[in-house]
Design a protein around this ligand. Structure first.
Ligand SMILES: [Fe+2]
Length: 156
């Protein structure tokens, strides 16, 4: 909750795309027979402010003709998903992938941007990642006017 407070203070207006890790409490509850209607919604659990909109898992958000999604829908990397959607895509999910790729035909140009993630692979909750040589790329993506994607990595 300390981290949530820091993030919500820094970013008062957010569209949050729920991912596979975010919905784990709901999946576990279902597994042991607790109906989802008995669970608090995600926004209430984390006491998210009014300016935050929580989008369901697998949702897609379109801004300036760019699709934003968590990344656990579709086939794989952002550029492959972009080609399948015939639209530019920004996504995370693949912790060790980050950057921008473009694809063009005679009439259109699209991009796929992987934004890495914000996870700490040394945290106990991410223990499963210890065995992989590839480690998370911490950073963020910025899109200007729906046409100019920029990925900013942070130092290790
Ligand atoms: Fe994910």
């Amino acid at each position: 909750m300390e981290q949530v407070n820091q993030i919500t203070k820094a970013f008062p207006n957010v569209d949050l795309m729920l991912g596979n890790h975010d919905v784990l409490p709901y999946r576990w509850a279902k597994e042991v027979g607790i109906p989802e209607s008995m669970m608090l919604d995600f926004k209430s659990i984390f006491k998210l402010p009014k300016g935050w909109t929580v989008h369901e898992r697998y949702a897609q958000l379109r801004i300036d003709d760019v699709i934003y999604q968590h990344g656990d829908r579709g086939r794989a990397s952002a550029i492959l998903n972009a080609r399948m959607e015939f639209a530019s895509i920004v996504q995370g999910h693949f912790h060790s992938k980050a950057g921008v790729e473009f694809y063009a035909n005679a009439t259109d140009r699209i991009f796929g941007m992987q934004v890495g993630c914000g996870m700490d692979w040394k945290h106990a909750q991410m223990e499963y990642a210890v065995k992989f040589s590839a480690k998370p790329i911490i950073g963020c993506g910025i899109v200007l006017d729906g046409t100019t994607p920029i990925f900013e990595p942070m130092l290790l």
